[in-house]
Ligand binder design. Structure first.
Ligand code: NAD
Length: 264
């Protein structure tokens, strides 16, 4: 067992099951001696999250729907009571009505847009506000993004727009919180098969496309996203803030289809 996270305490938000990116990061943190609390969205997921959290010795496992400010307040009040201060938060949460994760972005109605923005972008700001108050020795805030924020990906639509706003919010919050030694970063992960990903139209095609056209000629493993998460939360990334770090087998640098790739 490593010691990179020894003495650090933090919150992991967004575990739905053992395929969740949040869980991959939590596993990496646990292996380095970090202490964690977890939140889950609704009791149905709570049943899955609780045993996972217990398997890494979590002291607190709390419900939290990020559309509810009072609920977020309660989580951070509990954390302060339990620990006095925290060192890190992982926000691995996103949602849009899957009816609009296919077809044309231009057809997105106002309510679907606002909900996607609220859950997938604003919630990180809402969490950061409260987390910063109890990061008494500085800290690291981490969220998850996708290349669809920067470039047009088929079907990603309103999530791409929300992720673009999320990435901008990472930069603004990094500037706001830097003087308190709080770092704010995002990992832009390549496609991985999770519950959230299953809502995206033609996801299997996207996986294949990335596999054939990424410089590493494969998709990323969950554990690799977990490892990058660990780096962002630990002192190894002490000089890094406001960054959107791609963990995508290098796909983001590619300008054209790999001519050697087979047809999909
Ligand atoms: P996941 O389904 O395992 O996790 C998504 C989480 O969001 C779930 O735990 C869900 O409960 C939570 N959530 C949704 N609405 C919520 C709400 N209102 N309140 C509280 N929690 C809520 O899928 P994942 O792929 O691990 O997703 C984690 C993050 O990674 C998301 O931000 C996603 O956009 C991002 N991401 C995923 C991929 C991918 O290919 N899977 C790629 C890049 C970025």
């Amino acid at each position: 067992k490593g010691t990179l996270m020894q003495g650090k305490k933090g919150l992991i938000m967004g575990v739905a099951n053992d395929r969740s990116i949040a869980w991959a990061i939590a596993s990496a943190v646990a292996a380095q001696g970090g202490e964690m609390a977890f939140t889950y969205q609704g009791e149905a997921l709570g049943k899955r999250v609780r045993p996972l959290a217990e398997s890494v010795g979590a002291s607190l496992v709390l419900p939290c729907d990020v559309t509810d400010d009072a609920g977020i307040d309660e989580v951070f009040t509990r954390l302060e009571k339990e620990w006095g201060q925290i060192d890190f938060v992982v926000h691995a949460i996103g949602w849009a009505d899957k009816q609009f994760l296919r077809g044309r972005y231009v057809d997105t109605p106002r309510d679907a847009f606002l909900t996607a923005m609220d859950i997938s972008c604003y919630s990180f700001t809402a969490v950061a506000q409260r987390a910063a108050r109890i990061m008494k020795k500085g800290g690291s805030l981490l969220t998850l993004s996708y290349l669809g924020a920067e470039r047009v990906m088929p079907h990603y639509n309103v999530m791409g727009v929300a992720k673009a706003a999320l990435e901008a919010s990472v930069r603004y919050m990094a500037a706001d919180l830097g003087k308190d030694a709080i770092r704010v970063n995002a990992i832009s992960a390549g496609p991985v098969k999770t519950l959230a990903a299953s809502g995206i139209g033609d996801f299997r095609y996207i996986l294949k496309w990335n596999q054939y056209n990424a410089p590493l000629e494969r998709n990323v493993a969950l554990e690799e996203v977990g490892g990058a998460g660990l780096y962002m939360l630990s002192d190894l990334s002490g000089g890094v803030t406001g960054e959107v770090h791609h963990v995508d087998s290098g796909y983001h640098i590619v300008g054209m289809k790999n001519p050697a790739a087979p047809d999909i």
